[in-house]
Design a protein around this ligand. Structure first.
Ligand SMILES: [Zn+2]
Length: 280
């Protein structure tokens, strides 16, 4: 265990692990790597965390499970960055597998945590809100470590820091408060649009109906995602952006200007199937 992790553990910075069927598999170690330019992968083998290096500090997107915080801190340190230089932590959506590590990560550096208004409510409470498709019904992850200090922002919110402009895109569908994030990453004179697309899958507790509103909203989101300027599509789970396949092919495989569109097309098929299954 690297020194920094040892003393953070002794200081009690990290929250207790959440146990779930997939948690160990999601939290498996993953060597961090550069995706393109200022953009680095620092997540676990199954749950994405993205680091953006700017001239005025670091931006982190998503914190995985509570037990992922240690992995993320180790990965950031292994790349030669300092976790205490994180100024902003952006959230995709307030579920335990992406928000769980954020409380501990914020305690390390006092970073501003940014989420949609809806996700901010859940994050402050440390629990799913009643409008969440996964609320109740015995689904895991109803509770996760609360984050007291969260900035709730609307669609189109922008933050400029150290030469990077980060834009929040409200992309509801998996939850009402889903947020995707976009920025540019440059190498030499080639700048690419990177999009960190939130989870889009229509997954819920038994009995929830996407037909009652969220399904239409997800349909609109898919149209929006398909048409984004998007040279590199990243997302919340390894399988949702082909992390391991692309890594095996080399970092260039992450560059694909059809990535957002094909993701949206695939999800539309899932959504149509889901809506059909809800018909009486
Ligand atoms: Zn989720």
């Amino acid at each position: 265990m690297p020194d920094v992790l040892l003393w953070l553990t002794l200081l009690g910075v990290f929250d207790a692990a959440i146990d779930c069927y997939d948690c160990e598999q999601w939290n498996r170690p993953q060597e961090p790597f550069r995706i393109y330019g200022n953009t680095w992968y620092v997540g676990t083998g199954g749950l994405a965390s993205i680091l953006i290096d700017t001239d005025a500090g670091l931006i982190l997107l998503d914190g995985g499970l509570p037990q992922s915080a240690e992995v993320i801190v180790g990965n950031i340190s292994a790349l030669g960055f300092r976790p205490k230089d994180i100024r902003f932590i952006g959230l995709s959506h307030a579920h335990f597998d992406h928000a769980g590590g954020i409380g501990a990560l914020q305690r390390l550096n006092g970073a501003t945590v940014v989420a949609s208004q809806d996700a901010a409510k859940a994050l402050r409470a440390g629990s799913l809100q009643s409008n969440d498709p996964q609320f109740g019904g015995g689904m895991t992850g109803q509770m996760f470590p609360a984050v007291a200090d969260v900035l709730g922002v609307a669609d189109g919110w922008q933050m400029r820091m150290g030469g990077v402009t980060l834009t929040a895109l409200h992309t509801p569908g998996h939850t009402w408060g889903g947020m995707s994030w976009t920025w540019q990453a440059c190498e030499k004179d080639r700048c690419l649009d990177v999009v960190y697309v939130d989870s889009l899958s229509p997954v819920s507790r038994t009995g929830y109906r996407f037909s009652d509103g969220l399904g239409d909203v997800l349909g609109e989101t898919l149209g929006r995602v398909a048409n984004l300027d998007c040279d590199i599509m990243l997302s919340t789970h390894d399988f949702s952006f082909g992390l391991h396949q692309k890594l095996a092919q080399g970092a260039k495989a992450f560059i694909d200007d059809q990535g957002c569109r094909s993701r949206a097309d695939k999800t539309l098929i899932q959504l149509e199937k889901r809506l059909k299954s809800e018909q009486p």
